[in-house]
Design a protein around this ligand. Structure first.
Ligand code: CP
Ligand code: NVA
Length: 325
């Protein structure tokens, strides 16, 4: 499994910065990363999180363009701070202020930006836009969330689970709620790390079929389980980690009007958590809708690690950026 951070700063620094197969890589979903690359990012994040590593500037002079076509608190701020702390600079590019708004094609934007920046983060609706951007860009592209996937979130989540549980392989993680971008990426991340993942969602709101088969394949290779069910109680039974996310994702407000009733049985509350392991931890990518997918009592309760999880967006992305840019 993962090596713990050692006091040998020099060795780890050299080791994590010299991952040639990650340099220049697009990260659009976690399927773009091998299990060993994900472990390496987690190791790098643990190293960078350690105060002793403050001051190393592997991205001196590098610039990251950050295209956002949806709101963001964590992703935007953590990427911007990550670049600054590593010696580089992040430019926030709201699509409302770009010529994209007036119809300039993604493929032109990709080639223009490639002349200015060393990497691009993009958050948008349609995953195909990110694929198109990556296809035409000459610099690495990182997905900062699409309707299909949220890979950077899950890198931080895996780091958090490792910190709290001291291991990844063999744990049981239960995802309860909408089979959305976060659930899709959790499927890939967990199956690659050997975590047994159970996803419970209402009928008609299940995870993406293609991602599910990729996760099933990864689970076979890593001797872990992938189970998809409509039964939240069955999923949570004995779980080491219970994870939830909003029932209505950004951009779905209209199509999911009046849907809350369908999701009622998928609320993470203290009753449901009684079925989990005694030392269960509760995760949520945030922002949360208290009283819908999670109760206030649970998110503020002793098992909740949501703010450690949020902080880890910074550390995991620093490692990713240092390796990719
Ligand atoms: N979890 C997450 O991606 O949060 P933001 O939408 O605030 O970036
Ligand atoms: N599933 C949520 C995640 C937000 C970080 C959304 O897409 O809105």
């Amino acid at each position: 499994m993962l090596a713990k951070t050692t006091s040998d700063k020099g060795l780890l620094e050299v080791e994590f910065l010299q991952i040639p197969d990650l340099k220049g890589k697009d990260v659009l979903t976690l399927n773009d990363l091998t299990a060993s690359q994900i472990k390496h990012i987690i190791r790098g994040a643990l190293y960078l999180k350690n105060k002793k590593s403050r001051g190393i500037k592997p991205l001196k002079g590098k610039v990251l363009g950050m295209i956002f076509n949806k709101p963001s608190t964590r992703t935007r701020v953590s990427f911007e701070v990550a670049m600054w702390q590593l010696g580089g600079y992040g430019i926030f590019l709201n699509t409302n202020d770009l010529q994209i708004k007036r119809g300039e094609p993604i493929k032109d934007t990709a080639r223009v930006l490639s002349g200015y920046v060393d990497g691009i983060v993009i958050r948008t609706h349609d995953h195909k836009e990110v694929e198109e951007l990556a296809h035409y860009a000459e610099v690495p592209v990182i997905n900062g969330l699409t309707n299909l996937a949220h890979p950077c979130q899950i890198l931080a989540d895996l780091l958090t689970i490792y910190e709290v549980k001291g291991k990844l392989a063999g744990l049981k993680l239960a995802y309860v709620g909408d089979g959305n971008n976060v659930a899709n990426s959790l499927l890939l991340g967990c199956s690659k790390m050997g975590i047994n993942i159970w996803v419970s969602s209402p009928k008609g709101h299940e995870v993406d079929d293609e991602i599910l088969s990729l996760a099933q394949k990864a689970a076979l290779e890593n001797e872990s389980q992938v189970v998809v069910t409509n039964d939240a109680a069955e999923a949570v039974k004995g779980a080491d980690v219970v994870y939830t996310d909003v029932w209505v994702s950004m951009g779905e407000e209209e199509e999911k009007k009046g849907i809350l009733e369908v999701f009622k049985a998928y609320q993470v509350n203290s009753q449901l958590l009684k079925l989990a392991a005694d030392d269960v931890v509760v995760m949520h990518c945030l922002p949360a809708h208290r009283g819908e997918e999670i109760t206030d009592e649970v998110i503020e309760g002793k098992g909740s690690i949501v703010f450690q999880q949020a902080e880890n967006r910074l550390h995991a992305q620093k490692a990713l950026l240092a390796m990719v840019l």
